[in-house]
Design a protein around this ligand. Structure first.
Ligand code: PHE
Length: 452
């Protein structure tokens, strides 16, 4: 085992699950899921997403946590320690680069949440009182994202908060905030769902989400669903490997992993149920893209008594959900710089802060002044998201699958059996998922997505 002893441990199993679920549940579930489902035909996206999550998704979550707990250190050194091959270190470094890239554009969307929070506070104080319609809200969203300067300011605010939390350290920073505000977010989502289901025409949205049509099943939808599974479980970016390093030996990996997956799916489905019925009730298009949440949620709130106050709570919770994810992304990079380059945490955070801002600015401006700058037909923001979700994270998953399913299987098995022994059937199922199904599905989906 490695000499790099972890600097901190989770205070409890619940703390670990909440922090991992905090990383999983974020803008992916609440902002990305509804518009991806809207664009890719509802159930034709959701069903593969659920199937991917409960097969290869959970299995890879277990593999990453086991890898982290056994390897210790950063994601890169954990891979090297478990494989006993220096080459794996480079593959681990790729996962860290992935986290860094994701955080650069994730923070742009995080910035939008800050902007909406500030705006919702303005609504309470009566600073704005314009009537809300789907057109006016779409216009508001558009002005926000095309205003390069403000977009960069909000990006900077979001990045500053993320960096502030990480400087505080794992225990105090991540665990404390995720414990209280995630349940609050779930409750608020339930309130919104109830109201949005009561709107006229809302059931068309539910039907859209769950009515399966074969003609909507395309390789594109399947690749999107797989990419989203990785994104939503925070797989393939070194997150769970890093969090696993803080996991005590007496905590069972399989049960923690299943919890994380269940919570992540639940958040995404709730977000779908919150948004889609309202989309149909207000006569909007389900494929309206990244603005979907930011347009529909204020509309629903305008139909709820004391909606302005609920809205503030909602954006606070959304921001915290985004932060528990962004913090996990930054934590991975900082742990790497600290362990591998022997930099202090403070210096690592500072360097990340500056470089993430520079890269994030390009994404932020790609909605406005730089919207004509395209790479393979995509804006810079879309391109980064495509590369990270649909290529880099699945490739990261592939490496973990190969390492834990084949190369270091005995170690993985030992980790799975620790704390609570599992039946041979369960162990064989996990092995099948990790060593066969995950690599095959990832390769087919990537191939079809690029060349199909
Ligand atoms: N899972 C997070 C979300 O859904 C995003 C994320 C991706 C976080 C990859 C960490 C790593 O918002």
């Amino acid at each position: 085992m490695s000499q790099n002893a972890p600097t901190a441990q989770w205070s409890s199993k619940l703390g670990f699950i909440l922090a991992s679920a905090g990383s999983a549940i974020g803008l992916g579930a609440i902002w990305k899921f509804p518009f991806l489902a809207g664009e890719s035909g509802g159930a034709a996206f959701i069903i593969p997403y659920i199937v991917f999550t409960f097969t290869i998704g959970v299995a890879l979550v277990m593999a990453e946590i086991a890898l982290g707990r056994r390897g210790r250190g950063s994601a890169a050194s954990a891979m090297m320690a478990v494989s006993k091959k220096p080459g794996f270190k480079w593959l681990g470094t790729l996962a860290i680069l992935t986290s860094f890239l994701i955080l650069s554009y994730y923070s742009v969307v995080g910035g939008w949440c800050v902007a909406y929070l500030v705006d919702s506070v303005g609504n309470i104080t009566g600073a704005h009182s314009a009537a809300m319609t789907s057109d006016s809200l779409a216009q508001d969203f558009n002005s926000l994202i095309t205003d390069g300067f403000m977009n960069c300011v909000w990006l900077l605010v979001f990045l500053s908060i993320t960096c502030g939390v990480v400087v505080g350290g794992v225990e105090q920073g991540i665990e404390r905030i995720s414990k209280y505000l995630m349940p609050a977010l779930f409750i608020l989502m339930l309130v919104i769902i109830v109201r949005s289901l009561m709107l006229d025409g809302a059931w068309k949205g539910v039907e859209y989400l769950f009515n399966f049509k074969w003609e909507s099943v395309t390789w594109h939808a399947i690749l999107q669903a797989m990419g989203f599974t990785f994104f939503s479980l925070s797989l393939g970016a070194g997150i769970l490997i890093t969090y696993g390093t803080y996991l005590p030996k007496d905590t069972s990996i399989p049960s923690s992993s299943v919890w994380v997956a269940v919570l992540a799916i639940q958040a995404a489905l709730l977000a779908g149920l919150m948004i889609m019925p309202a989309v149909f009730a207000f006569g909007m298009k389900p494929n309206a893209g990244p603005g979907l949440v930011f347009i529909t949620v204020p509309l629903i709130f305008s139909h709820i008594p004391f909606g302005e106050i609920f809205a503030v709570f909602f954006y606070v919770c959304l921001l915290v959900a985004a932060l528990t994810s962004s913090v996990s992304l930054l934590e991975v990079v900082v742990a790497f710089m600290h362990n591998e380059w022997k930099m202090s945490r403070r210096l690592s955070v500072l360097l990340c802060y500056l470089s993430l801002f520079c890269l994030g600015v390009i994404s932020a401006l790609s909605f406005g002044v730089w919207s004509d700058f395209k790479i393979f037909d995509r804006t810079f923001f879309d391109f980064l998201d495509f590369v990270c979700s649909n290529l880099l994270m699945p490739i990261g998953g592939l490496v973990v699958a190969f390492l834990m399913g084949w190369w270091a299987w005995p170690t993985f098995k030992e980790e799975l059996m620790m704390a609570v022994p599992r039946s041979t059937l369960t162990i064989n199922f996990i092995r099948l998922m990790v060593s066969v199904l995950a690599p095959v599905l990832v390769c087919v989906a990537i191939y079809q997505g690029i060349f199909g």
